[in-house]
Structure formats: C-alpha cells, structure tokens
Design a protein around this ligand. Structure first.
Ligand code: SDX
Length: 433
C-alpha cells in the first residue's frame, strides 16, 4: 500500500560519508524520510525512544493536527462525525466511507445479532475475585474469546477477519457489562436487540432482573457520543501495541486484549479514572494552588491528569465536546452544581493562564472531563477505562485490519542502542569471589 508519493530526498552525512533517503509526502501532515535502508547503507540505527519523531506506518484512518487541535476520522472533523452515532462511526473507520441507509441498516443488524457471548464464558468470570479490577477482567476475557471462536482466528482469511471484527465490536460491550456486574455481585443481563448500542450497554450495566429498566435517551445519546470521541486516535500507545501484536500474525482477539492491557496505564486510557480521583482529592478550589505547585515540582511525580498530550499542543477537540456533554449529563442527572465540576472548571481556567503550562503547550485532553461525566452517568471509576476500551475496540480493529491488508507489512522488530557490558568470560561459581 503506497498511496504517498516521493518527491524529494533527504541527505544524512555521517563522518565523511553522505547517504540519500527518499522523502514521502502524505495528503496532510508532516512528510516522512524513509530510512528503512539506513542500516544497510550506513550500518547505523536511528534513535527515538517513545517515537517522538517516528512514523511507524502509513495510514488513511485518522488524522490529527496537534498544533491546530484537529482530529478527523477518514477526513471528517470529529465535531461533525459526533453528529452521527457510534455504529456509523464504526462503519466509517472500518470501511473508509459514511454508510448509506442500506449499508447502515445492514451493519447495525450484523453487530446487533452478535452481541451475545458463548454461554460458557459466564463460567469464565467465576475464576475472578469479586474485587478484581474490571480492566483485569477485560484483558482476560477478550483474550479468551479466541478460545471460544476458533472459526474467526485465521488472519489470512478475509472472511474470518471480518467475522472476528464484527464479533469484537458486538461482544466487547457485553463482556464489559459482565465484568461490571460480576464485581458488584449482580446477575449478568443479556443484550436486548431492540436497543441501540449505547442504550443496550447501559441496560446491561444498570438493569436488574427484578424490574423494568428504562433507558434515559439523553444519557444514552451522551454515552454514544463519548464512544464516538474515543473510537480512534492515530498511532497512540495502545494502537501501536495492537499493530505490533498483529504483526506477528497473532489472532485478532489476542491483539485487542494486548491493546486493552496497554490502554490501562494512567498515562494513557487510565487517565480518566486518575483525573476524577485527582479532582476529587483536590475537593475545593482553595486547594488548587498546592496541586499546581506539585505539578511543577520535578521531584514530585504528580502530573495533572487529563492535561497534556504527546500530539495535541492545543486544546484537544474531544475535550471541548466532552465538556459540553459533561454539562448536559450533569444537568439531566441533577448534578449541575457538582463541586468536582466546579473544581475542574476553575483548575482548567487557572492552568490555561499559567505560564508553566502555556510554555509547555499543556491543555485539557479527552480525559479531563470524561471522568466527571461517566460518574454522573452512573459508572464507578473502575469502569472508566473499560468504557474507553469499548469505544477504542473499533479503532484498534480498523488499524489492525489496515496493517494486515497491506501486502508489505512486516513483523514489528525495532533495534536498540546497546550500552551494556562488552564481551567477558564466564567464571564458574566456585571460582567467584
Ligand atoms: C490519552 O496518544 C494518544 O493519542 C492518547 C489518547 C488516545 O486517544 O489514544 O489521546 C488518550 O492517553 C490522553 C492522555 C491521557 N494522559 C494524561 O492525561 C496523563 C497526564 N498527561 C501526561 O502524563 C503527559 O502529558 C502525556 C503522557 C500525556 C504526554 O507526555 P509527553 O508527550 O511524553 O510529554 P512530556 O512528559 O515530555 O512533557 C513535556 C513537559 C515536561 O516538563 P519538562 O520536563 O519539559 O519541564 O510537560 C510536562 C512534563 O513534566 N507535563 C506535565 C504534564 N504533561 C506534561 N506537567 C504537569 N502535568 C501534566 N499533565
């Protein structure tokens, strides 16, 4: 797959030798220097821990302009995509185009009719302690799907890839709801095919067998939009994990489980849980200065959760929509005076006028307001990153599918700068000091 074109070359001079490398141009964003022949030509590697300036792949799915605060799915601005619904976003990310009415209806039907999990999976949950973190349960149960659905694990079969993709989009919410129900000791609630994706998820989480559960359309619409905002985000850490896992030919369920594991980290998808804990710990606007002091103290590991981003050096466009959703949900649930929101708004106001944060181009990211919103929707903090994983599953699958569809993809195998011991001789135990 090489839609980019090569129009210039870059010259690298090492000592008294110079080497030329092709520059590839994308349709938007920075050009790239193709250094894949560097080691063969010059016997050296590039060095870029954390991939601060490294493009790991070519992709057509999501474009981010961090300086301008732009996010687009298949060219459509996130603000516009958020006007649709999550399953339309899934179709767009997977297929590359917005669906027409017939395509949308077919896609919704295929997802809706795969939402149940193998009945034996219910027994799988019994192995966990009740106080297991739902993310631990998700890593295990999504990985375990490959043990139940052998007929969609051959990554070389396009039909099996499609079936596995649909199964994960459909079943990950069911597993997420089961993970939640298990930790609170309530019975699992089966999916309801008459409900839309977000409403079905809320019902599986909050319904109990002894009474009718009525979905609040304002809240389920807000959750659906939250899923849209979290669906994909270029080559973030967990997507890189999924691509790297997939590059070895691992089955798609195992790759998505690896992505869930990476997302769990507080520097990544775990930041929504950490941000709410931080805002709750601050508790009152009078305590904000002490936390800002800690954030600036290099000796203190504290960072403002939900702030800063590797790519966005401007306001994360998702955070703006998230803030609007936060107000909507708090109003609908009667929490518009939630003290934590007041702390968040004042904290953001102060940070955005503080030179330490301005000079480092630190702005709110998607996680700053999501925790407050998810709490108001009724989810415990332990479920926040699970919800992120439910939404990001489609992005991981779309990126994994794009890689597998590329006939030129190779196993991800970075090299290193070795600074360990040079060769030395083994000393038998009885001769050591
Ligand atoms: C997500 O990649 C993605 O796209 C991820 C994501 C997605 O959709 O997949 O957008 C989801 O992960 C959002 C980010 C969620 N994480 C957090 O909110 C955790 C708090 N943020 C930081 O940990 C940090 O901002 C990162 C990890 C997000 C980005 O870190 P970088 O790019 O490695 O930046 P850095 O650590 O080099 O920071 C640059 C400077 C440093 O100060 P100096 O050494 O230059 O003096 O900014 C400071 C940092 O100390 N800094 C912060 C800060 N973030 C960076 N200082 C205080 N609070 C912060 N949050």
């Amino acid at each position: 797959m090489d839609a980019s074109n090569t129009s210039k070359t870059a010259t690298l001079t090492v000592g008294n030798k110079s080497y030329d490398f092709p520059v590839k141009n994308g349709t938007e964003g920075p050009d790239v220097v193709d250094i894949s022949t560097l080691y063969n030509k010059a016997g050296i590697f590039t060095y870029d821990p954390g991939f601060m300036a490294t493009a790991s792949c070519e992709s057509k799915i999501t474009y981010i302009d961090g300086d301008a605060g732009i996010l687009r799915y298949r060219g459509y601005p996130i603000e516009q995509v958020a006007q649709g619904d999550f399953l339309e976003t899934c179709y767009l990310l997977l297929e590359g185009e917005l669906p027409n009415k017939a395509q949308k209806a077919d896609f919704v039907n295929r997802v809706t009719n795969h939402t149940m999990v193998h009945e034996q999976m219910a027994r799988f949950f019994q192995g966990f302690r009740r106080d297991a973190h739902p993310m631990a349960v998700m890593v295990a149960s999504v990985g375990a799907l490959s043990a139940f659905y052998h007929d969609s694990t051959d990554i070389n079969d396009p039909h099996q890839r499609m079936v596995a993709s649909m199964r994960m989009i459909a079943k990950v919410p069911t597993l997420a709801a089961m993970a939640y129900k298990y930790t609170i000791g309530q019975p699992f609630i089966y999916p309801q095919n008459s409900l839309d994706y977000a409403s079905n998820f809320m019902r599986m989480c909050f319904a109990v067998p002894c009474e009718e559960y009525k979905v609040n359309p304002v809240l389920s619409r807000a959750l659906d939009k939250i899923f849209i905002l979290h669906a994909d985000h270029e080559q973030n850490a967990s997507t890189n994990t999924v691509r790297s896992s997939g590059s070895s030919g691992a089955n798609p369920f195992a790759c998505i489980a690896a992505g869930i594991a990476c997302l769990w980290g507080p520097a990544h998808g775990g930041a929504n849980e950490a941000a709410l804990k931080m805002l709750t710990e601050i508790g009152d606007v009078k305590n904000i200065p002490a936390f800002i002091k800690r954030a600036k103290d290099k000796e203190d590991l504290f960072r403002v959760m939900g702030f800063g981003h590797r790519v966005y050096k401007n306001y994360d466009p998702r955070a703006k929509i998230m803030q609007q959703l936060c107000h909507e949900v708090l109003k609908e649930t009667g929490h518009e005076n939630d003290p934590v929101l007041q702390v968040a708004l004042e904290f953001e106001r102060i940070l955005l006028s503080d030179d330490y944060f301005i000079s480092r181009k630190l702005y709110p990211n998607v996680d700053f307001y999501s925790g407050i919103t998810l709490k108001a929707l009724g989810f415990p903090t332990s479920m926040f990153t699970v919800l992120f994983a439910v939404a990001r599953t489609v992005g991981w699958i779309a990126q994994w599918k794009e890689m597998i569809d590329d006939p030129n993809y190779k196993i991800a195998r970075p090299r290193q700068l070795y600074t360990g011991d040079v060769e030395r001789q083994y000393i038998p135990l009885d001769k050591r000091k």
